[in-house]
Design a protein around this ligand. Structure first.
Ligand SMILES: Cc1ncc(COP(=O)(O)O)c(C=O)c1O
Length: 397
C-alpha cells in the first residue's frame, strides 16, 4: 500500500502528487502546482480538461439520463455508431466501456467466425511487443512477458510473430489451417510507439483477404484523430474488418467500441455478447460530442500540424545527443527512444512541470490532448529536452 492511500490496492507505481483540476492542456495538483499535460490521461483527454463545449453537454446529459441498460432501444447509441461508421467506412458498432473490453469482444468475434466456418480450435495471430489489455484473454494476446507473469495458464489460441514482418505472417498462413484472424495495433503504444509500416499493413490486409481471415486493428490508443487521420490505418489506405476503440473516444468518460465491417457485422447475434454499462447514454453523449467538436474545430488537423511541429522540434533539439536513439510516431503520439531505461524521467519531468510517461522501459511517450497549441508544444520541448540531456549526461550505474 502507498503511505497516503492505504485503502487502495497497490497496483500502480504512482507519482506523489494528486491532481485536483484542469483547464485545456494544463492541470493543477492539490498543492497548487501547475503542469502542462503531455500525457492526456494516457491518450484519453482528447479535448483536454474542462472543455467549454463538452462540459455543458455532459452536464445536460447527466441531468437527463446517465444509464438505462440495453433492454431498451437507445438513439444515442445509433447516433454514435452511425458517425463511427461514416468516419471509418465500416458498417456497425458495439459499445462497451474500456479498451480491454473492446479487444475481448474482438477476440470473441474472431473465435465465433472460426466456429461458424467449422474451425473448432480457432487461432489468432498476435505480435511481439503488443499490448491489448489486462484481462486474462487480452494479456495472453499481449506480447510483454511482464504483463503475463503470475497469471498463467494463459489463454490458448494465439500464434505470436514479429511485428512489421509480412513474411512471418505468410509462414503461419502456409502451415496453420486454424488461423482465423490477425490482431495488431496500427501503432504499438505500450510497446514503445512502434508504427506499422504502411506497405506492411497493406500486405497483411492482402494476406487476410487471400486466406479469408479477419484483419483486426486495435486502435484503442492510436485512433480518434490522434495521428492526424480519424484512424491510423487510414494512412495506409486500407480498412480493417474489426476495429476496437476506447481511450480518446469519450474525452475522459469511459467508453469502448468495436467497429466492424461487412464481413464481421453479423458474426455475433442476440445472446452472444453484452455488458451492463456498454452504450449508456452518458458515454454515448461524450462520444458524439467529442467527434462533433473535433469536426467543428478541426482538432484532427491540429493534431497533425502541432504533432509535426513537436516532432520536428524534438528531433532538432535532440539531434546528436548521445543516448537518444530515435524520435518516432505520428501526430500527437510520439516516442523518444533512449539507449537505456529511463523511468526516472517521469519524476524529473513532473518536477519540471510536465506530465508524460515512459513506456517499454526506455521510451519517453507524449500523448497530449489533441487541442495542444504550437506554443504549448514549444513549452513541452523547453521543459523536456533539458531533463533528457541531464539524464543522459549522468554516469550510468
Ligand atoms: C492499444 C491498446 N489496447 C488496449 C488497451 C487497454 O485499454 P484499457 O486500459 O482501457 O483496458 C490499451 C491501454 O493502454 C492500449 O494501448
Amino acid at each position: 500500500m502507498t503511505a497516503s492511500m492505504p485503502h487502495v490496492m497497490n497496483t500502480y507505481g504512482r507519482l506523489p502528487i494528486a491532481l485536483s483540476h484542469g483547464q485545456g492542456c494544463r492541470v493543477w495538483d492539490t498543492e497548487g502546482r501547475r503542469y502542462i499535460d503531455g500525457l492526456g490521461g494516457i491518450a484519453v483527454n482528447t479535448l483536454g480538461h474542462a472543455h467549454p463545449k463538452l462540459v455543458p453537454a455532459l452536464q445536460e446529459q447527466t441531468a437527463k439520463l446517465i444509464h438505462c441498460s440495453n433492454y431498451y432501444e437507445n438513439p444515442l447509441q445509433e447516433a454514435l455508431a452511425k458517425r463511427l461508421c461514416e468516419l471509418s467506412g465500416l458498417s456497425a458498432a458495439f459499445f462497451c466501456s474500456t479498451g480491454l473490453e473492446a479487444n475481448e469482444g474482438a477476440l470473441k468475434i474472431a473465435r465465433k467466425y472460426g466456429h461458424d466456418r467449422g474451425i473448432t480450435k480457432p487461432e489468432v495471430i498476435v505480435f511481439d511487443k503488443a499490448f491489448h489489455g489486462r484481462s486474462i484473454a487480452t494479456l495472453s494476446a499481449t506480447g510483454n512477458p511482464k504483463v503475463q507473469e503470475g497469471f498463467g495458464p494463459l489463454v490458448e489460441g494465439f500464434v505470436r510473430v514479429p511485428f512489421n514482418d509480412a513474411a512471418a505472417v505468410r509462414e503461419v498462413a502456409e502451415c496453420n489451417p486454424n488461423v482465423v484472424a490477425v490482431f495488431l495495433e496500427t501503432i504499438q503504444g505500450e510497446g514503445g510507439i512502434n508504427p506499422a509500416r504502411w506497405d506492411y499493413l497493406r500486405e497483411v490486409r492482402q494476406i487476410c483477404d487471400e486466406q479469408g481471415w479477419l484483419l483486426m486493428l486495435d486502435e484503442v490508443q492510436c485512433g480518434i484523430g490522434r495521428t492526424g487521420k480519424w484512424f491510423a490505418h487510414q494512412w495506409a489506405d486500407i480498412k480493417p474488418d474489426v476495429m476496437p476503440l476506447a481511450k480518446g473516444l469519450g474525452s475522459g468518460v469511459p467508453i469502448g467500441a468495436i467497429v466492424v465491417g461487412e464481413k464481421a457485422k453479423t458474426i455475433l447475434g442476440p445472446g452472444n455478447h453484452g455488458t451492463t454499462f456498454g452504450g449508456n447514454p452518458l458515454s454515448m453523449r461524450a462520444g458524439i460530442e467529442t467527434l462533433d467538436i473535433m469536426l467543428a474545430d478541426d482538432i484532427m488537423g491540429n493534431a497533425a500540424r502541432v504533432g509535426a511541429h513537436l516532432k520536428a522540434a524534438l528531433e532538432r533539439e535532440l539531434a546528436g545527443v548521445k543516448g537518444v536513439k530515435e524520435v518516432r510516431g505520428l501526430g500527437l503520439m510520439l516516442g523518444i527512444e533512449l539507449d537505456r531505461p529511463c523511468g526516472v524521467i517521469l519524476t524529473r519531468a513532473m518536477q519540471a512541470g510536465l506530465l508524460l510517461s515512459v513506456t517499454a522501459d526506455s521510451v519517453v511517450r507524449l500523448v497530449p490532448p489533441l487541442i495542444l497549441s504550437q506554443a504549448e508544444a514549444d513549452e513541452i520541448v523547453g521543459l523536456l529536452v533539458p531533463v533528457i540531456k541531464t539524464f543522459l549526461a549522468e554516469p550510468q550505474p
